[in-house]
Design a protein around this ligand. Structure first.
Ligand SMILES: NC(=O)c1ccc[n+]([C@@H]2O[C@H](COP(=O)([O-])OP(=O)(O)OC[C@H]3O[C@@H](n4cnc5c(N)ncnc54)[C@H](O)[C@@H]3O)[C@@H](O)[C@H]2O)c1
Length: 440
């Protein structure tokens, strides 16, 4: 059993804290957001994540999990301080490290015993050394025994607890082998393959992994767009490709592209790092361009299907979160699509099972509906943006009867194109050979 402090109670920090507590450790979760901490103390979750609330409740009741805004309280006796604060995009695409800096400075101010500082935030290569420098400078002559370990996180929102508890791998990087091994021991109950490497390599593994996954999605989206023109079906192309063990099936679903709190900022930050150091990241640039175009393409398609103009057309959006099973709308495709539709004079309304509260903060004037049928009522087009389960088997007869113009854009290839066309819809999926099939 260890004493752990986790700094930041977002998707990563809160999940990390509660999972380590559940393994028997004593965990203090800390945040500078007072409202968040007060709510957590009352059992109110700041995010939607399946299974999280029950796990928090159980570990608070067992006296293993505590929430505070006080660094001294959180770090008192802590053997490990996990930094899990946000690292959003800065103005030029670089990672904004101001929250990491604040956390490191605070640790340096209050700590009075040896500590291992574990960086879980996704940070540019070299940040581990930078954090060590911040602490050294801040302490001055009042030296401290501390070690910095990079421990990038690979969990996915929507299945975060499962991913944390059953990770494909644990990656640790440090110049101090013993410190890395001490962190590895925390994860030992999970029996996951563990890679111990140097700080910079560990930091790069995270960026390279996210960039690779984003590349797969952009790749299949590019293939989808070619399929549309040539009359092939990308869903079967992906299936055929994925059966090759060297390729596999994951991240080969054509759609509206990637979004969320990680891929966009991480690909951008990696490209920024590359340019800063004199290399030309042309693949990463293309991956980002394809992703941007995917959203524009769908709006262009809809415009064509409703008669060449979106002015005064009513468009319904199904799904706002960047993917199902989360309320996270950071860089969600829906936001950009809504923006593009409105720019062209369309009236947009939307529904999402979990992300409406966050969306109403981001776009207060957006018309939000209580269910998919309200979205479809008198609409000229309906776009499926996020493939929540509840959108998979809608009452399409009803939807057909209440839409003004029955145009469906299936942005995630979830619906049966033949069945939809049989019902009378004008249906457009992604990469289903639509152009050629429509012409035939
Ligand atoms: N969300 C994901 O799916 C995911 C997955 C893997 C890695 N990551 C990485 O993990 C990091 C955290 O991501 P997130 O999505 O959990 O962020 P988040 O925005 O959900 O949460 C960050 C939290 O940190 C708090 N915070 C900021 N500065 C602080 C400080 N100085 N002291 C204490 N708390 C502070 C904020 O108030 C907020 O509650 C990022 O670097 C991200 O790239 C995220």
């Amino acid at each position: 059993m260890s004493a752990i402090c986790v700094i930041g109670t977002g998707y990563v920090g809160l999940v990390t804290g509660v999972c380590f507590a559940d393994m028997g450790n004593t965990v203090h979760c800390l945040d500078i957001n007072q409202e968040r901490i007060i709510n957590l103390q009352k059992g109110i979750m700041p995010i939607y994540e399946p299974g999280l609330e029950e796990l928090v409740e159980r570990n608070v009741a067992a006296n293993r999990l505590f929430f505070t805004t006080d660094y001294s309280e959180a770090l008192h006796n802590a053997e490990f301080a996990f930094i899990a604060v946000g690292t959003p995009s800065g103005v030029d695409g670089e990672a904004d490290l101001s929250y990491v800096r604040d956390a490191a400075e605070k640790i340096a101010e209050v700590i009075d015993h040896p500590i291992i500082i574990v960086n879980k935030s996704t940070v540019p290569v070299g940040t581990g050394d930078w954090v060590a420098d911040i602490i050294r400078k801040k302490r001055g002559k009042n030296t401290l025994e501390y070690y910095v370990v990079s421990n990038p996180e690979f969990l996915r929102e929507g299945s975060a607890i499962h991913d944390f508890m059953q990770p494909d791998r644990v990656v640790l990087g440090s110049v101090h082998q013993k410190a890395a091994e001490a962190v590895a021991a925390l994860y030992q109950p999970l029996r996951a393959p563990t890679l111990i490497t140097d700080l910079r390599t560990a930091e790069m593994i995270k960026y390279a992994s996210n960039a690779f996954l984003a590349t797969r999605i952009s790749f299949i989206n590019e293939i989808a767009n070619i399929c549309d023109e040539l009359g092939a079906d990308v869903r079967e192309v992906a299936q055929g490709m994925g059966l090759d063990k060297r390729i596999g099936h994951a991240f080969l679903d054509a759609g509206l592209g990637w979004g969320g709190s990680c891929f966009p900022k991480d690909v951008k930050a990696l490209a920024h790092m590359a340019v800063l150091h004199g290399t030309h990241p042309q693949l990463l640039q293309a991956v980002m361009d394809i992703n941007r175009n995917q959203r524009r393409r769908v709006v262009m398609k809809l415009r064509n299907l409703v008669g060449g103009s979106l002015v005064d057309k009513t468009i319904g959006i199904l799904g706002l979160s960047f993917k199902p099973n989360t309320d996270d709308i950071r860089e969600a495709p829906a936001l950009e699509i809504i923006h593009l539709l409105r720019n062209e004079g369309g009236h947009v309304r939307a529904y999402d099972p979990q992300a409406m509260e966050n969306t109403s903060k981001a776009i207060p004037e957006l018309q939000l509906c209580t269910n998919p049928y309200e979205v479809a009522q008198d609409a000229d087009g309906l776009i499926l943006v996020t493939e929540w389960n509840e959108f998979k088997q809608l009452d399409f007869k009803r939807i057909y009867s209440i839409m003004r113009t029955p145009v469906l854009i299936d942005g995630r290839n979830q619906w049966d194109s033949q069945a939809m066309r049989k019902l009378g819809f004008t249906y457009f999926g992604i990469g289903q050979g639509n152009h050629v099939q429509a012409a035939e």
